[in-house]
Write a protein that binds this ligand. Structure first.
Ligand SMILES: *Cc1c(COP(=O)(O)O)cnc(C)c1O
Length: 444
């Protein structure tokens, strides 16, 4: 769709220099764009029903989900304090209302990966349990916590390559069901995530290279074992659909909060992006739920802008940030991905309103502002979404200018920061993040 792979191209040059960059492509009409995605509403509804079938099991296996009836979902928070701070900091006007979708608090694994990652494990477990005559779709899935199911699953393995959070979700869920589980971790994965997995009985394999290397090694090892299911973050339809369930759920949540979305009440959503499955799947679900009235933006670190590069160049997974001289080193470990998912980029490029990159120092400032204003603690990756509010609403924002939003639309708008991870970060590590951000704020 877009073809710019000229080292002299101004946007490529800016990306290559690791400066903060943004890009808002011209998109085709919504109906045309949505029909280009190789999935549809039926697929997402099917995934939602599968999660419903598993609710009885999840509730048994993870008692912290009992209040929500075994449905793994996150709350919405209004952010009046942070909104005021960002409004002053960036001189914003027509500021609408700023909300946070608190996926950093998702039960079981504390990140957005609790959507797609857990869904894919459940999908695989259901297939095995049905094929082996243990359950039908009408059974009470609570029985999957009992010995016969564990005996079946223990003959099988689930493996994944991860920078951390996907490994946590897949590993914890797989081990709980009784699978052998192995997680192939890249060098930037945090120690506490490895420790937590080992405690849960998961085999952690460590690599000195980045995410791409861990995935390749895990994939090769899994291919040699017919009883091993490899969760392929770069190509998985199940992950994508598990994330997409968020769209309809958010729509219901908005209804309970009295939040309207229509042409006079646009919705802006800021989604941190690594390989693309999480934000891509969520954006697909949001598009199905809100159509052209939702504007989705992907946020990436300045040194790992793989999705912006892949879509802008038109090369998708055929290009990596290393090809433009970037080192893929960022404190946002959940986003430290050099090569995007081609599946997601190709499917979603006509539905994503824009892409922006954020400097690591700014991630720390933003997470400190959020912690010290509304008292919400997120990890550096999750702070990437916060930057979108100022970037899109700024007086000179290319998106705001081109879309010609009128005053009433902007005044009525809902801005939603998707906060993708953080509640499981150990206290001392979180305090270090916040202190680092405060120090940087004091310097400016
Ligand atoms: C994985 C992750 C993302 C992005 O998801 P992708 O599917 O890799 O694009 C964002 N934030 C956090 C905290 C993550 O762990």
């Amino acid at each position: 769709m877009y073809l710019h792979l000229n080292a002299q191209d101004p946007l490529i040059k800016q990306l290559a220099s690791a400066q903060e960059t943004e890009w808002f492509p011209e998109l085709p009409p919504y109906d045309e764009a949505i029909s280009d995605v190789p999935f549809n509403k039926t697929d997402v509804d099917d995934a939602a029903r599968r999660l419903q079938r598993f609710a009885a099991y999840i509730q048994t296996a993870f008692p912290e989900t009992a209040m929500a009836g075994g449905i793994i979902e996150s709350p919405l928070y209004l952010l009046p304090e942070l909104q005021q701070i960002l409004t002053d900091r960036h001189g914003l006007t027509d500021t609408g209302r700023l909300w946070l979708k608190a996926d950093h608090q998702l039960p079981v694994s504390g990140s957005i990966k609790a959507r797609g990652g857990i869904y894919e494990v459940l999908h695989h477990a259901e297939k095995l349990a049905v094929t082996n005559g243990l359950i039908t779709h009408q059974s009470n899935y609570a029985m999957l916590a009992a010995a016969p199911a564990k005996a079946l699953f223990s003959q099988h393995e689930i493996a994944v390559g991860s920078t951390g959070n996907l490994g946590l979700s897949i590993g914890i869920m797989a081990a709980k069901l009784g699978f052998k589980a192995s997680v192939h971790m890249s060098a930037d994965a945090r120690q506490w995530k490895k420790d937590k997995l080992r405690t849960a009985g998961v085999t952690v394999v460590e690599y000195t290279g980045d995410y791409g290397e861990a995935v390749a090694a895990g994939r090769a090892q899994a291919a040699a074992n017919p009883y091993c299911h490899f969760v392929d973050d770069e190509h998985s339809a199940q992950l994508f659909l598990g994330y997409a369930v968020a769209g309809e759920r958010l729509k219901q949540q908005f209804a309970t909060h009295g939040i309207e979305v229509d042409s006079n009440h646009p919705l802006f959503v800021y989604l941190p992006c690594g390989v693309g499955g999480g934000p891509g799947g969520v954006a697909f679900g949001l598009k199905l739920a809100f159509g052209e009235n939702v504007h989705c933006f992907f946020a990436e670190p300045t040194r790992s802008p793989c999705m912006m590069l892949g879509v802008y160049s038109g090369l998708h997974d055929q290009i990596s940030v290393a090809d433009i001289g970037l080192d893929n080193r960022t404190a946002a470990d959940g986003l430290a991905v050099g090569r995007p998912s081609g599946l997601v980029g190709r499917a979603m490029q006509r539905l994503i309103s824009g892409y922006y990159t954020v400097d690591d120092d700014e991630l720390f400032r933003l997470l400190a502002l959020l912690a010290d204003s509304d008292g919400i603690f997120v990890e550096p990756s999750a702070a990437a979404g916060i930057a979108g509010y100022g970037r899109i609403l700024a007086e000179n924002s290319a998106y705001r200018i081109r879309q010609r939003f009128n005053r009433s639309q902007l005044a009525n708008a809902t801005h939603l920061i998707w906060s993708t991870g953080g509640s499981m970060v150990p206290d001392d590590e979180m305090q270090n993040y916040i202190q680092q951000g405060r120090n940087l704020l004091a310097q400016t």
